[in-house]
Structure formats: structure tokens, C-alpha cells
Design a protein around this ligand. Structure first.
Ligand code: GTP
Length: 261
């Protein structure tokens, strides 16, 4: 049993900075441009949460709200075979692990509302140890809502997500995409180019960027924010908002084993 109340990510430096991993009971946000690896990270977390505790997992189920049809059980099982060969080469284990991930695919805000209401019950009945929402902002882009109206339409969802984390005491991980200026993965985002300074300024710029997208209510609901970014071809996870740690950046790569440091 994980007494500390953290889901280790397997990225040592990040886990140390987070005092053990993604904390239970709060909302952790993963932010970054398209293709940077947020979904890959979520697949890895899903595996770690569902893995038997003898292998360092949480031995639980996972609810994965997949709003952009990015979840791939094939890819998840591939990561599993490469990262945890002893577990996955056990007969029937790949199927069992895959069966522990409940994937919901709402395609509109109202379906998202239904999904959240539905999971309220299953959270307690099925031993859910991780809730992932990948991604949240995507639900709004199709709705044609802008500005204050857009933020208002998410108010209930934001409160609900925060309270799910608090009451169920599981880690809740939410991804959000920020636009990068070009499709080139080595480019910086617009908010980074305006500032060469270290993280407080960057974080403030990102904050205002996200506040514009999802509203101040959302910004306050997030306890930990991990920024995914790429510089000169190297990907980084930056701990941008944390009650525990100063801003730190950790390099990572995506391989057949998933996310690696
Ligand atoms: P959006 O959801 O579009 O915002 O992007 P994201 O940040 O979720 O990106 P995602 O996690 O989908 O990462 C995409 C990247 O993961 C690709 O650019 C690939 O580098 C890598 N990737 C995806 N699938 C595989 C795979 O099967 N094998 C390997 N080695 N890398 C993969």
C-alpha cells in the first residue's frame, strides 16, 4: 500500500520534487502543445495505477475520459510489455490490465456532464485509483462558445472534478493543450518567446494564457501544473505550479516503453 498518497510516475527527479509522485486528493494538470506526449504520460500513469502493488502499482481501476479519441489500448499494452515484462508476460495479464481501464468518450459538453455523473457511483464501487481527463479544453473548442460564456459553461464541471479528487482521495489528472506557434516540435510557444527569464515569469504568462482559455475558476482548482515542452529537440516536463517545490524542469524521451527520463 502506498501510504504517502502519491502515484509515482517512474520519472525519478519528478517524483522526488513531488515528494513521491502525483498526489492523491488534488487536481494535477498537464499542459503543452499537440504531440508533446501528454497522452503518452497518461497511458503510463494508467498502467502504474492498475499494476499489482507487488510491482509498485496501486492495484486499482482507472477511469480514462478520452475526449479526442487519443487513448490506445494497443499502445498501452505495448508500453506495459516493455516497461513491466515480468507482469505482462504472465498469462492473461495484458487482458486483465487492459480491462482495468474504463475508457469513456464524450464528444460534447453535455456528454461530458453525463460521463462525470456516471463515474460518481463507479468511483467507489470499482476501486478506482486514478481519474484521467484527456483533454478538457478540447470539449469547448467544438462548442462555439467564447470568453466568459465558455468559462461559465465549465463552472459546474470544474467544481465537480475538484470535489471528486477531494472526496475520493484519488489522483485526478487533466490535460490541456496550449497552442504552439508552429507545428515544429522544436519551436517554443508564444508565451515562452516573450520571456527568457526563469519560471516565475513563464508561469505567470502561462497562467494568463490558461486563464484566458478556461477561466480563473479552473486556475484555482488546479493544485499542480506540469508543463510539457520541447527545446532544441529535447522534451521537458516542467513543474510550474506546486505547493512543494520551486520550478524545476526534467528532460524526458518517448520510447517503446513509453515516457522515459
Ligand atoms: P495532443 O493530445 O494532440 O495535445 O498531444 P499529446 O501531448 O497528448 O501528445 P501524445 O501523447 O499523443 O504524443 C505524441 C507523441 O508520442 C508522438 O509525437 C510520438 O513521438 C510519440 N508516440 C506516440 N505513439 C508512439 C508509439 O507507439 N511509439 C513511440 N515510440 N512513440 C510514440
Amino acid at each position: 500500500e502506498n501510504m504517502a498518497g502519491h502515484l509515482p510516475t517512474g520519472l525519478k527527479g519528478l517524483d522526488n520534487a513531488l515528494c513521491g509522485g502525483i498526489p492523491f486528493g488534488v487536481v494535477t494538470e498537464l499542459v503543452g502543445p499537440a504531440g508533446i506526449g501528454k497522452t503518452q504520460f497518461c497511458l503510463k500513469l494508467s498502467l502504474l495505477a492498475s499494476l499489482p502493488s507487488s510491482y509498485g502499482g496501486l492495484d486499482g481501476s482507472v477511469i480514462y475520459i478520452d475526449t479526442e479519441s487519443k487513448f490506445s489500448s494497443r499502445r498501452m499494452i505495448e508500453i506495459g510489455f516493455n516497461s513491466f515484462p515480468e507482469v505482462f508476460h504472465t498469462d492473461g495479464m495484458a487482458q486483465e490490465m487492459a480491462g482495468r481501464i474504463l475508457v469513456l468518450r464524450p464528444t460534447s459538453l453535455s456528454e461530458f456532464t453525463d460521463s462525470l455523473q456516471k463515474i460518481k457511483v463507479s468511483l467507489f464501487q470499482h476501486g478506482v485509483k486514478l481519474l484521467i481527463i484527456d483533454s478538457m479544453a478540447a470539449l469547448l473548442s467544438g462548442e462555439g462558445v467564447q470568453g466568459p460564456q465558455r468559462q461559465h459553461s465549465l463552472g459546474w464541471h470544474i467544481s465537480f472534478i475538484k470535489s471528486v479528487a477531494e472526496f475520493s482521495r484519488i489522483p485526478v489528472v487533466v490535460t490541456n493543450q496550449v497552442r504552439s506557434q508552429s507545428r515544429d516540435e522544436t519551436s517554443h510557444y508564444s508565451f515562452q518567446e516573450q520571456s527568457r527569464g526563469e519560471s516565475p515569469e513563464d508561469a505567470a504568462k502561462l497562467d494568463s494564457h490558461l486563464v484566458a482559455a478556461l477561466g480563473i475558476h479552473w486556475a484555482h482548482a488546479v493544485c499542480i501544473r506540469l508543463i510539457f515542452e520541447s527545446r532544441s529537440g529535447q522534451r521537458f516536463i516542467k513543474l510550474a505550479k506546486s505547493p512543494l517545490s520551486p520550478p524545476l524542469a526534467f528532460p524526458f524521451n518517448i520510447t517503446s516503453s513509453g515516457i522515459l527520463l
